[in-house]
Design a protein around this ligand. Sequence first.
Ligand code: HSE
Length: 409
Amino acid sequence: MIKIALMGHGVVGSGVAELLEDKSRELEHKAGETLSCAKILDLRDFPDTPYADRFTKDFNEIVSDSAIQIVVEAMGGLHPAYEFVKACLEKGKSVVTSNKELVAEKGSELLRLAKEKNVNFFFEASVGGGIPIIRPMHLCLAANQIDEIYGILNGTTNFILTKMIKEQMTFQDALLLAQKLGYAEKDPSADVDGVDACRKICILASLAFGRQIYPREVYTEGISKITLEDVEYAKNAGYAIKLIGQAKRLSKDKCCVLVSPAFVPIDNQLSGIDDVFNGVLIKGDAAGEVLFYGKGAGKLPTASAVVADIVHIAKSSHTSLSLTWEDSNADSVADISTYENAFYYRLRGSISPKKAEELWGPLTFLSRKGQPADEIAFLTGCMLQARAAAIEQKLGGQTEILGKIRLLA
Ligand code: HSE
């Protein structure tokens, strides 16, 4: 029998407890051992659950119980999750986490510690909810150098954008609906400002490029400035606006990583990924493009990924030494000013199309129903971010930038 402790009985933790209980026979068959949830750490009381007797408020009851082999961290946040996970690894317990902030900030250190202690630190649920992506990237694509990853990594923002595109709902109304349906938090900033997607692309980039990519190094832009006008221009030109996390290998030691809204061509597979679904495209040098698609959030999808990690640990008699990455050499992420792509602009003011072409070069002009006489919208050619910024400086005070969105490069 393998004894497991859960830290955190929120959305994900309660899903893990439920799956371990409800599917105990199937899981025993798959793991080759009984998986028993022995303790659950939470500051709240849950007297109505079938495992009410297993709750504790004292972390020491978990860390100092030598019979507990696997600890699931589903508390979220960096502290005290980091301290608790570190203490469990130091005591020789394997840890499974769904906490993307923890992995994005402390992944290299915790992976190194797990290796030293000959245990596992697994985090399949930290990216893409129920979509298997960490283990497929690390094991199934082992023969590949991964050169590029890009995708929709946040369900809440994808739901909001889908409502704006398909039902012409405003950003504010779509956000309220997302909150009502329980997708977005009361404070939705981590989703809406791109912070959550940033942590996830950092984890995937760290795994692909072999060194820790920290969220603070990554240019991150959210979706709160996107309007229905932008959505309409995009649609008329054959694009859908999506929040995209992207990481590209530039050389042995450099990569570019960013999170921003992007015009995605409708013939790109990501443009059809709607609602709370996530989709991630990975380009390997042997396998080519591989698309991962599924529910990126939610209680049971995320718990499914956690339980898969538990089963993997239970089945393997040794540590997964290869699931690791180095700490970063501070300048491995290239500066955003050096990134190249085309842009969509929406301007209001006295600027004429001719003047715009003098500044940006040849442009594709876009139109929409009810377009005011003093509004122009266009797509530029491919250019350095630095050049786009320099051109914007040349616009006189009579012209206002109402919208600027990258085209997926
Ligand atoms: N808030 C996240 C999302 C949950 O909407 O995708 C899963 O990380």
